[in-house]
Design a protein around this ligand. Structure first.
Ligand code: PHB
Length: 250
Protein backbone atom coordinates (compact mmCIF):
# COMPACT_ATOMS: atom_id res chain seq x y z
CA UNK A 1 0.00 0.00 0.00
CA UNK A 2 1.39 3.43 -0.94
CA UNK A 3 2.89 5.43 1.89
CA UNK A 4 2.35 9.16 2.41
CA UNK A 5 5.13 11.73 2.70
CA UNK A 6 5.08 11.18 6.49
CA UNK A 7 5.67 7.44 5.96
CA UNK A 8 2.35 6.07 7.25
CA UNK A 9 0.40 3.70 5.03
CA UNK A 10 -3.09 4.34 3.67
CA UNK A 11 -4.43 1.58 5.95
CA UNK A 12 -2.92 3.27 9.01
CA UNK A 13 -4.47 6.58 8.02
CA UNK A 14 -7.90 5.03 7.44
CA UNK A 15 -7.70 3.33 10.85
CA UNK A 16 -6.74 6.67 12.47
CA UNK A 17 -9.75 8.33 10.80
CA UNK A 18 -12.14 5.61 12.05
CA UNK A 19 -10.62 5.70 15.55
CA UNK A 20 -11.40 9.41 15.96
CA UNK A 21 -15.00 8.26 16.61
CA UNK A 22 -15.78 7.23 20.19
CA UNK A 23 -18.99 6.45 22.09
CA UNK A 24 -19.00 10.08 23.29
CA UNK A 25 -17.92 11.57 19.94
CA UNK A 26 -20.19 10.08 17.29
CA UNK A 27 -20.48 13.03 14.88
CA UNK A 28 -17.63 15.21 13.59
CA UNK A 29 -16.76 17.60 10.79
CA UNK A 30 -14.10 16.52 8.30
CA UNK A 31 -11.79 19.24 9.69
CA UNK A 32 -12.15 17.80 13.21
CA UNK A 33 -11.46 14.29 11.93
CA UNK A 34 -8.36 15.53 10.11
CA UNK A 35 -7.05 17.31 13.20
CA UNK A 36 -7.66 14.34 15.50
CA UNK A 37 -6.22 11.84 13.00
CA UNK A 38 -3.23 14.18 12.47
CA UNK A 39 -3.78 14.32 8.73
CA UNK A 40 -3.23 17.25 6.34
CA UNK A 41 -6.58 18.81 5.39
CA UNK A 42 -6.41 17.61 1.76
CA UNK A 43 -5.75 13.99 2.83
CA UNK A 44 -8.53 14.12 5.42
CA UNK A 45 -11.03 15.34 2.81
CA UNK A 46 -9.94 12.72 0.28
CA UNK A 47 -10.04 9.80 2.74
CA UNK A 48 -13.37 10.89 4.25
CA UNK A 49 -14.90 11.29 0.75
CA UNK A 50 -13.70 7.83 -0.27
CA UNK A 51 -14.99 6.24 2.95
CA UNK A 52 -18.37 7.97 2.49
CA UNK A 53 -18.56 6.62 -1.09
CA UNK A 54 -17.79 3.12 0.24
CA UNK A 55 -20.48 3.48 2.94
CA UNK A 56 -18.03 3.09 5.82
CA UNK A 57 -18.76 6.70 6.85
CA UNK A 58 -22.00 8.63 6.40
CA UNK A 59 -22.45 12.38 5.77
CA UNK A 60 -25.63 14.16 6.94
CA UNK A 61 -27.28 17.23 5.37
CA UNK A 62 -25.11 19.50 7.57
CA UNK A 63 -22.00 17.78 6.11
CA UNK A 64 -21.21 16.20 9.45
CA UNK A 65 -19.72 12.72 9.42
CA UNK A 66 -20.62 9.60 11.43
CA UNK A 67 -19.67 5.92 11.20
CA UNK A 68 -21.62 4.18 8.45
CA UNK A 69 -24.10 1.38 8.98
CA UNK A 70 -22.15 -0.61 6.38
CA UNK A 71 -19.20 -0.73 8.80
CA UNK A 72 -21.43 -2.30 11.45
CA UNK A 73 -22.85 -4.75 8.87
CA UNK A 74 -19.41 -5.90 7.73
CA UNK A 75 -18.01 -6.07 11.26
CA UNK A 76 -20.80 -8.31 12.50
CA UNK A 77 -20.85 -10.63 9.52
CA UNK A 78 -19.68 -14.02 10.75
CA UNK A 79 -17.92 -12.47 13.73
CA UNK A 80 -17.41 -14.50 16.90
CA UNK A 81 -18.96 -11.59 18.80
CA UNK A 82 -22.23 -12.05 16.93
CA UNK A 83 -22.27 -15.80 17.60
CA UNK A 84 -21.72 -15.14 21.29
CA UNK A 85 -24.34 -12.42 21.43
CA UNK A 86 -26.94 -14.61 19.71
CA UNK A 87 -26.27 -17.51 22.08
CA UNK A 88 -26.43 -15.19 25.09
CA UNK A 89 -29.38 -12.92 24.34
CA UNK A 90 -32.32 -15.19 25.36
CA UNK A 91 -30.58 -16.03 28.64
CA UNK A 92 -29.64 -12.40 29.28
CA UNK A 93 -33.35 -11.67 28.95
CA UNK A 94 -34.10 -14.26 31.66
CA UNK A 95 -31.55 -12.65 34.00
CA UNK A 96 -32.87 -9.23 33.25
CA UNK A 97 -36.50 -10.31 33.87
CA UNK A 98 -35.58 -11.94 37.20
CA UNK A 99 -33.22 -9.26 38.51
CA UNK A 100 -34.80 -6.18 36.85
CA UNK A 101 -31.44 -4.44 36.61
CA UNK A 102 -28.95 -3.89 33.75
CA UNK A 103 -27.48 -7.09 32.29
CA UNK A 104 -24.28 -6.97 30.20
CA UNK A 105 -22.17 -9.23 28.01
CA UNK A 106 -18.49 -8.32 27.68
CA UNK A 107 -15.41 -9.76 25.97
CA UNK A 108 -11.69 -9.11 26.29
CA UNK A 109 -10.45 -6.71 23.64
CA UNK A 110 -7.00 -5.10 23.64
CA UNK A 111 -6.56 -5.16 27.44
CA UNK A 112 -10.05 -3.82 28.17
CA UNK A 113 -13.58 -5.18 28.65
CA UNK A 114 -15.60 -4.43 25.50
CA UNK A 115 -19.38 -4.58 25.97
CA UNK A 116 -21.24 -6.43 23.20
CA UNK A 117 -24.73 -6.15 24.65
CA UNK A 118 -26.61 -4.48 27.47
CA UNK A 119 -30.24 -4.99 28.46
CA UNK A 120 -31.80 -2.36 30.67
CA UNK A 121 -34.90 -2.04 32.80
CA UNK A 122 -36.98 1.15 33.12
CA UNK A 123 -36.45 1.18 36.91
CA UNK A 124 -32.80 0.01 36.82
CA UNK A 125 -30.15 1.95 38.77
CA UNK A 126 -27.05 3.82 37.59
CA UNK A 127 -24.81 2.11 35.00
CA UNK A 128 -21.99 3.57 32.93
CA UNK A 129 -21.60 0.62 30.52
CA UNK A 130 -22.54 1.22 26.88
CA UNK A 131 -22.85 -1.22 23.98
CA UNK A 132 -19.54 -0.98 22.07
CA UNK A 133 -18.12 0.86 25.09
CA UNK A 134 -15.18 -0.26 27.20
CA UNK A 135 -14.23 -0.46 30.88
CA UNK A 136 -10.84 -1.15 32.46
CA UNK A 137 -10.17 -4.78 33.39
CA UNK A 138 -9.04 -4.07 36.97
CA UNK A 139 -12.07 -1.91 37.81
CA UNK A 140 -15.27 -3.51 36.44
CA UNK A 141 -16.77 -6.82 37.59
CA UNK A 142 -16.76 -8.10 33.97
CA UNK A 143 -13.19 -6.90 33.57
CA UNK A 144 -12.06 -8.76 36.68
CA UNK A 145 -13.61 -12.01 35.37
CA UNK A 146 -11.92 -11.55 31.99
CA UNK A 147 -8.60 -10.54 33.58
CA UNK A 148 -8.60 -13.54 35.93
CA UNK A 149 -8.84 -15.91 32.94
CA UNK A 150 -6.67 -13.94 30.52
CA UNK A 151 -3.29 -15.21 29.28
CA UNK A 152 -0.54 -14.79 31.89
CA UNK A 153 1.33 -12.15 29.86
CA UNK A 154 -1.78 -9.95 29.72
CA UNK A 155 -2.40 -10.41 33.47
CA UNK A 156 1.17 -9.35 34.24
CA UNK A 157 0.92 -6.37 31.88
CA UNK A 158 -2.22 -5.13 33.69
CA UNK A 159 -0.68 -5.85 37.13
CA UNK A 160 2.35 -3.75 36.13
CA UNK A 161 -0.03 -0.76 36.05
CA UNK A 162 -0.91 1.97 36.06
CA UNK A 163 -4.10 0.88 37.90
CA UNK A 164 -6.24 4.00 37.55
CA UNK A 165 -8.91 4.65 40.21
CA UNK A 166 -12.41 5.13 38.76
CA UNK A 167 -13.94 5.36 42.23
CA UNK A 168 -12.72 5.32 45.83
CA UNK A 169 -12.98 1.51 46.01
CA UNK A 170 -11.30 0.63 42.69
CA UNK A 171 -8.36 -1.72 43.29
CA UNK A 172 -5.21 0.30 42.57
CA UNK A 173 -2.68 -1.85 44.44
CA UNK A 174 -1.05 -4.61 42.36
CA UNK A 175 -0.67 -7.02 45.32
CA UNK A 176 -4.39 -6.66 46.17
CA UNK A 177 -5.32 -7.18 42.51
CA UNK A 178 -3.14 -10.30 42.31
CA UNK A 179 -4.96 -11.79 45.33
CA UNK A 180 -8.31 -10.78 43.84
CA UNK A 181 -7.47 -12.55 40.55
CA UNK A 182 -6.64 -15.73 42.48
CA UNK A 183 -9.97 -15.47 44.37
CA UNK A 184 -11.93 -15.04 41.12
CA UNK A 185 -10.26 -18.07 39.57
CA UNK A 186 -11.07 -20.13 42.68
CA UNK A 187 -14.61 -18.89 43.36
CA UNK A 188 -15.80 -18.49 39.78
CA UNK A 189 -17.50 -15.09 40.18
CA UNK A 190 -16.94 -11.43 41.04
CA UNK A 191 -18.90 -9.16 43.36
CA UNK A 192 -17.39 -5.67 43.08
CA UNK A 193 -19.10 -3.02 45.23
CA UNK A 194 -18.20 0.59 44.49
CA UNK A 195 -15.39 -0.24 42.07
CA UNK A 196 -16.79 1.84 39.19
CA UNK A 197 -19.31 4.03 41.01
CA UNK A 198 -19.91 4.31 44.73
CA UNK A 199 -23.67 3.76 44.26
CA UNK A 200 -23.50 0.38 42.51
CA UNK A 201 -22.19 -3.17 42.75
CA UNK A 202 -21.07 -5.13 39.69
CA UNK A 203 -21.66 -8.89 39.78
CA UNK A 204 -20.12 -11.04 37.02
CA UNK A 205 -19.52 -14.67 36.03
CA UNK A 206 -17.42 -16.24 33.24
CA UNK A 207 -18.83 -17.87 30.09
CA UNK A 208 -16.78 -20.70 28.61
CA UNK A 209 -16.67 -22.04 25.07
CA UNK A 210 -14.63 -25.17 24.32
CA UNK A 211 -13.08 -24.89 27.81
CA UNK A 212 -11.88 -21.28 27.44
CA UNK A 213 -13.42 -18.23 29.09
CA UNK A 214 -14.71 -16.19 26.13
CA UNK A 215 -16.94 -13.64 27.85
CA UNK A 216 -18.28 -12.25 31.11
CA UNK A 217 -21.95 -11.92 31.97
CA UNK A 218 -22.76 -9.25 34.54
CA UNK A 219 -25.46 -7.25 36.27
CA UNK A 220 -25.10 -3.85 37.88
CA UNK A 221 -27.06 -3.60 41.14
CA UNK A 222 -27.84 -0.63 43.37
CA UNK A 223 -25.29 -0.78 46.18
CA UNK A 224 -27.85 -1.74 48.86
CA UNK A 225 -29.19 -4.78 46.91
CA UNK A 226 -27.85 -8.14 48.22
CA UNK A 227 -25.98 -9.84 45.31
CA UNK A 228 -27.12 -13.46 46.04
CA UNK A 229 -30.20 -13.69 43.79
CA UNK A 230 -28.42 -11.92 40.90
CA UNK A 231 -25.44 -14.24 41.21
CA UNK A 232 -27.72 -17.31 41.13
CA UNK A 233 -29.48 -15.97 37.99
CA UNK A 234 -26.12 -15.21 36.32
CA UNK A 235 -24.73 -18.69 37.03
CA UNK A 236 -27.84 -20.35 35.64
CA UNK A 237 -27.72 -18.15 32.51
CA UNK A 238 -23.99 -18.79 32.02
CA UNK A 239 -24.60 -22.58 32.01
CA UNK A 240 -27.44 -22.16 29.51
CA UNK A 241 -25.29 -19.94 27.25
CA UNK A 242 -22.45 -22.47 27.40
CA UNK A 243 -24.93 -25.21 26.36
CA UNK A 244 -26.15 -23.01 23.46
CA UNK A 245 -22.55 -22.44 22.32
CA UNK A 246 -21.87 -26.20 22.48
CA UNK A 247 -25.00 -26.93 20.40
CA UNK A 248 -23.89 -24.28 17.89
CA UNK A 249 -20.56 -26.10 17.36
CA UNK A 250 -22.20 -29.35 16.32
C1 PHB B 1 -19.17 -3.32 37.09
O1 PHB B 1 -19.16 -4.18 36.21
O2 PHB B 1 -18.53 -3.51 38.13
C2 PHB B 1 -19.91 -2.06 36.91
C3 PHB B 1 -20.17 -1.59 35.63
C4 PHB B 1 -20.85 -0.40 35.46
C5 PHB B 1 -21.28 0.33 36.55
C6 PHB B 1 -21.04 -0.14 37.84
C7 PHB B 1 -20.36 -1.34 38.01
O3 PHB B 1 -21.96 1.48 36.37
Amino acid sequence: MANSASGDSMTERIVRVLETFTSERTVQTTAEIGRRAELPSSSAHRIVDELVRAGLLERDEDHRIRLGLRLWELALRGSTALRLRQAALPHMESVQAAVREHTQLAVLEQDEALFLERLSHPQAGANITRVAGRLPLHASSSGLVLLAHAPLALRERVLAGPLRALARETITDAAVLRRRIADVRREGFVVAPGSIEQVSTGVAVPIRDAGEVVAALSVVLPRETPPGPALAALKQAASAIEAALRADRR
